[in-house]
Design a protein around this ligand. Structure first.
Ligand SMILES: Cc1cc2nc3c(=O)[nH]c(=O)nc-3n(C[C@H](O)[C@H](O)[C@H](O)COP(=O)(O)OP(=O)(O)OC[C@H]3O[C@@H](n4cnc5c(N)ncnc54)[C@H](O)[C@@H]3O)c2cc1C
Length: 469
């Protein structure tokens, strides 16, 4: 049998593409190298387990730091790390099982094993479920093989004391001290988990600010908030050597622009300097598919590779490494193959950091607007001026609305604060319909809610008329 579509990789890109393709009547197969583990990085060692630990650690931190002020007395507060990890594993297992169910429901054939092209229309599967190896032929293919953490040789990654996010999700005893290499999203989220549980966390970042790709105000606000949780930052510093022993990690750090190196002795060194596209042993040469200089599969505007019936999506191609970006691309390719004319607006893919306060953004940053020479207006509103935030003791952060100086169209929204991961959806919706800041300012927002901060920032952007500041 020849499949209409064969997908290699079952992360949020691959499995969502499979569902949409099946909905559109395409005979679809999906191949996943890890036996019984559909869902990819996101479900197994990424978005879902990290959020489970972020929630658990946030509860502990709130109990430790805020309950007394709320008038709640608690004694014998403690951490049961194995239980915290067990709950996380259960959340992951349930979510993975949900994807298995969705494959069955949509009649997608699932194959467990490492897939590799043997030619432009055939994939070999080296079975990982104890079954026989086999080959499948297809009319169309999607490469959705995702990414892996970057681990430079000099950092001596040993999966024991020198770890990546994957191992950091499974630590069974609260560490005393942890060095995090990289002040990006993954490092800060996992750093937050452990800082809240009482670990001394030190972040080493090469750039002059954390979250270097986000709006500068977000970096500033988040760093201020994380410092209060006890996180220490070494900005403009680089790690020059890491040595792991059975029980420790010795991390040598020096100033980016020169200076005496110093050593941090820690229980763990977490390498979080980014991820690389994963195409190992995929047989791309046999299919004739091109990679770029950074190892990403090259795609055109239709997400087709140089071999027209082979597409690629998600972390393995250009663009933000985000689950919802991979999902949008999965739907896009399935619909394209089915003859539809879909569209993805990359400018409106939101970015979120699930620290506390959360950071969420969509559209252009102030730095990008300046660099592009676009005249803009800016309005900001601090959460400390909001009744809802005062009630919940979440006073850190702000919302910033950037709109076109002439037309008032919203060009970017940047938020640091409570529940901004959810709040950003309103900004995405408005920008999708090309709303103005005035539109946002005129919409009624329920009181008291965190969303009022967005309305107030929009008011501030349109003639400095925020009401509560
Ligand atoms: C700690 C952490 C937290 C994160 N948190 C978030 C978050 O909160 N929000 C967010 O949007 N993103 C988050 N991400 C990023 C997100 O996980 C990725 O962007 C997303 O998983 C990419 O999806 P994908 O489908 O492209 O690839 P992946 O999810 O990486 O899936 C690829 C799949 O392909 C399989 N595979 C690879 N090669 C083969 C082969 N040859 N044969 C068969 N199977 C193969 C792999 O085993 C894997 O299952 C996080 C990542 C990490 C590491």
């Amino acid at each position: 049998m020849t499949y209409d579509l064969i997908i290699i990789g079952s992360g949020p890109g691959g499995y969502v593409a499979a569902i949409r393709a099946a909905q559109l009547g395409l005979k679809t197969a999906i191949i996943e190298r890890y036996n019984d583990r559909l869902g990819g990085t996101c479900l197994n060692v990424g978005c879902i387990p990290s959020k489970a630990l972020l929630d658990s650690s946030e509860h502990y931190h709130a109990a430790h730091e805020k309950f007394a002020e709320h008038g709640i007395k608690i004694s014998n507060l403690g951490i049961d790390m194995p239980q915290m990890i067990k709950r996380k594993d259960e959340v992951v297992d349930q979510t993975v099982k949900g994807v298995q169910f969705l494959m069955k429901k949509n009649k997608v054939d699932v194959f467990y094993g490492h897939g590799s092209f043997t030619g432009p229309n055939e994939v070999h599967i080296a079975a990982s479920d104890g079954g026989e190896d086999q080959s499948l032929t297809g009319k169309n293919f999607i490469i959705a093989t995702g990414s892996k953490p970057i681990t430079p040789a000099m950092m001596n990654y040993d999966k024991n004391r020198v770890i990546t996010s994957t191992e950091a999700l499974n630590i069974k005893k609260v560490p005393k001290r942890m060095v995090i290499v990289g002040g990006g999203v993954i490092g800060l989220e996992l750093g937050s988990v452990y800082a809240r549980l009482g670990t001394e966390v030190e972040v080493v970042e090469f750039q002059d600010r954390i979250l270097p790709t986000m709006d500068k105000d977000c970096s500033k606000e988040l760093m201020r908030a994380l410092k209060k949780t006890g996180v220490k930052f070494h900005l403009k510093h680089k790690v020059v050597d890491v040595k792991g022993t059975k029980t420790k990690a010795k991390v040598t750090v020096e100033k980016r622009d020169g200076g005496e190196p110093f050593v941090i002795d820690a229980d763990y060194c977490l390498i979080a300097i980014g991820r690389r596209p994963y195409t190992d042993n995929l047989g791309l040469d046999k299919a004739g598919v091109n990679l770029d200089e950074r190892g990403r599969v090259v795609v055109d505007d239709h997400l087709a590779t140089n071999i027209p019936h082979i597409y690629a999506i998600g972390d393995v191609i250009r663009g933000a490494m985000l689950a919802h970006k991979a999902e949008e691309e999965g739907v896009f390719v399935a619909e394209t193959i089915a003859g539809e004319k879909p569209h993805v607006d990359y400018n409106l893919i939101p970015g979120v950091v699930y620290t506390w306060p959360e950071v969420a953004a969509v559209g252009k940053t102030e730095e990008e607007l300046k660099a592009a020479g676009i005249a803009y207006k800016s309005g900001k509103f601090p959460f400390k001026a909001l009744g809802r935030a005062r009630a919940s003791m979440d006073l850190e952060g702000m919302v910033k609305v950037l709109s076109d100086a002439e037309t008032d169209e919203i060009l970017g929204v940047h938020m640091v604060g409570p529940r901004t991961a959810d709040m950003i959806a309103e900004a995405v919706a408005l920008m999708e319909f090309r709303a103005s800041a005035e539109d946002a300012a005129r919409m009624s927002h329920a009181h008291p809610t965190y969303t009022e901060a967005f309305k107030e920032a929009a008011l501030a952007a349109t003639g400095n008329r925020a009401l509560h500041v």
